[in-house]
Design a protein around this ligand. Structure first.
Ligand code: GRF
Length: 221
């Protein structure tokens, strides 16, 4: 239809249980998300995330990384790009994807890849962030949705949510409290991205009022 707005199409990359993917799928099913998951890609055939998509008839493919190394090889990234392009994806969401994204994906989806991380970045990047937070002794932990760049967990921050660290917490209880906020924050941030144009000023991301997407300093889309 001529006047129909194009619903933002998401490609979700997930390696594991896929609870953040589930949060996006549920929000869409309940009409709380102005975006739809168009495809799910995984590096692991046993990832429960794949079934969450398939149950809803959403294509879910495994692209074998052909290495145990965290960094994807360029030729493998090309396969991810082809699958995402074929599915007409606008934004890529890393939702527990345990591989490092490299130049091929970044160049094909410039400032259009986002990640959810279970800490208040820039504190505690990398693995086991809730454990790092507990061991450090912070009283406030949380999660971050950020744009992905070439440095791990260092892209511009789109949104954050804080949770308290309680005396009785262990890694499991803290991670569970953070995860609840991850689900909420990821859905809200993707929904916001679907409805607002963001602008970058240095590292800062500023949220505009108008059409979806990102305005880059060079004026490109
Ligand atoms: C989440 O804690 C996310 O922040 C991190 O990996 C975990 C994935 O969980 N990047 P799930 O697969 O979405 O349940």
């Amino acid at each position: 239809m001529e006047n129909e707005t194009h619903a933002l199409r998401l490609g979700v990359l997930a390696s594991g249980r896929g609870s953040n993917l589930e949060a996006l799928l549920e929000a869409h099913d309940q009409g709380r998300l102005a975006a739809q998951v168009a495809i799910v890609l995984s590096d692991r055939p046993d990832a429960p995330a794949l079934d969450r998509a398939r149950r809803r008839g959403i294509p879910a493919l495994v692209i074998d990384p052909e290495t145990t190394r965290a960094r994807l090889k360029p030729e493998i990234e090309e396969r991810y790009v082809s699958a995402l392009r074929e599915a007409g994806v606008d934004w890529v969401v890393l939702a527990g994807f345990f591989r490092i994204i490299g130049a091929v994906l970044l160049e094909n989806f410039p400032d259009q890849i986002l990640n959810i991380h279970p800490s208040l970045l820039p504190s505690f990047p990398g693995l086991h962030a809730p454990r790092q937070a507990l061991e450090y002794g912070v009283r406030i932990a949380g999660c971050t949705v950020h744009l992905v760049n070439a440095e791990i967990d260092q892209g511009s921050i789109l949104a954050q949510a804080a949770v308290p660290v309680l005396d009785r917490d262990d890694e499991e209880t803290l991670a569970a409290r953070i995860l609840e906020q991850e689900h909420r924050l990821l859905v809200e941030t993707v929904d916001r991205l679907a409805q607002a144009r963001i602008r970058r000023e240095g590292r800062r991301v500023l949220w505009g009022e108008t059409s979806p997407g990102i305005t880059r300093p060079n004026g490109g889309d």
